[in-house]
Design a protein around this ligand. Sequence first.
Ligand code: SF4
Length: 476
Amino acid sequence: MKKDYKLPSLNEARKRDKEVSDKVTFFLDEQYKGLGEGKKYHIITHGCQANQRDSETMAGLLEGMGYSPADDEKDADVILINTCAVRQGAEEKVLGEVGALKRLKTLNPDLIIGLGGCMAQEEESVKTIMEKYRQVDIIFGTHNITSLPKLLYEVISTKQRKIEVFSKMGEIIESVPVTRFMTHKAWVNIMYGCNKFCSYCIVPYTRGKERSRYKEDIIYEVEQLVKDGYKEICLLGQNVNAYGKDLGINYTFGNLLNDVAKTGIRRIRFMTSHPWDFDDTMIDAIRNNPNIMPYIHLPIQSGNTQILKKMNRRYSREEYFALFDKLKKQLPGFAFTTDIIVGFPNESDEAFEDTLSAVDHCQYDNSFTFIYSKREGTPAAMMEDDVDRKTKEERLQRLNEKVAYYANLNNQRFKDQIVEVLVDGFSKRNSKVYSGYTPENKLVNFTGEGISTGDIVKVKITEVMSFSLNGELVKE
Ligand code: SF4
């Protein structure tokens, strides 16, 4: 195959400028409409909320072309894998899946397999897919999901593989069709990319520079969701606290929260926050708007200041505590969760003890805990990784025990209480039991009848577990 594509470059992707990003309005070209008539698609999504939202965009584009969702990958004419590159394990899982899809291609030679998401932004991953996974027909990046119709058209008309990935800062693309996967909760992007360059993180390279959508476009999207009966939105960004900083306007995330709250949507959530940009306008907006949910996700990553420095997190243990204690004081009754990495290069026993004592200090409602995973191209990948696997696993286990202890302790306050739950449907574990989340983002599994997805109901909590609550519907 003549090389008519450019491999992604992390060096290129590292570049940043201070310009306000371009805003582009998307149009689906007439020649692509109808290309999918009578055909079906299936999307496999890995990773974070941003990827969930991107998969909804991919679905919107495919449905704009006439494709309809397949119940199962076996019935699909197009299969897209939206990948995650945050840890080695995530990448290996994707390669296993791509390998397994080869048999479907044998059964249906016209099947088109596409791979997108963060792995597609990595040079080595694209090379591997190109050389070892010939069943993949399309590779597209995080900056050009909107190229899907064109790439599908080219693969169908030329029977040639198509690779199109841009290593760039990125722009804002508006008016892209979307097929939302839920009818009562919605992801709303407020910004893309990240400029923080934490030393272990591949995201700034795979998702471009921090760029905020215009508030008018965000408010308009939320108003449409309210009209369509949505009950909850989650404002998404790698670092939502930095919203608006790149637009050169005196309008912050706190201002945006106030304006989104005025739309009347029942529940507002947001993620992810970086402690560095958490300011008072945000705290005021959160406190003054009852439809902003009492839940904050505030990653700490490590409890040791030297490790935080090596991670380039830009705050010390003490500075994180100062912010956390202020939030706890000014936002009573809120639930707090965090992210923690164990086994970062040079993490000594003492440094790890600092992480444990940080959890004792913050007593989180829950913590998402991970073993450090080396990401090629990041500064941390150059550091000597001197913590052996056994130690990393022992630390993770000790940390998880402490996390479970505080999760359970925090959940005790809901025992015998009546809580409000937004119903997501039946529990994943038991189809006779409903499940949903409280305002504090607590998972509740409960018995009841005559309710449907999207209802907001009252539930009496009868049993408390570390990571969920059990209860019964309160008839009103
Ligand atoms: S803030 Fe740090 S960890 Fe989060 S996406 Fe940005 S670089 Fe990655």
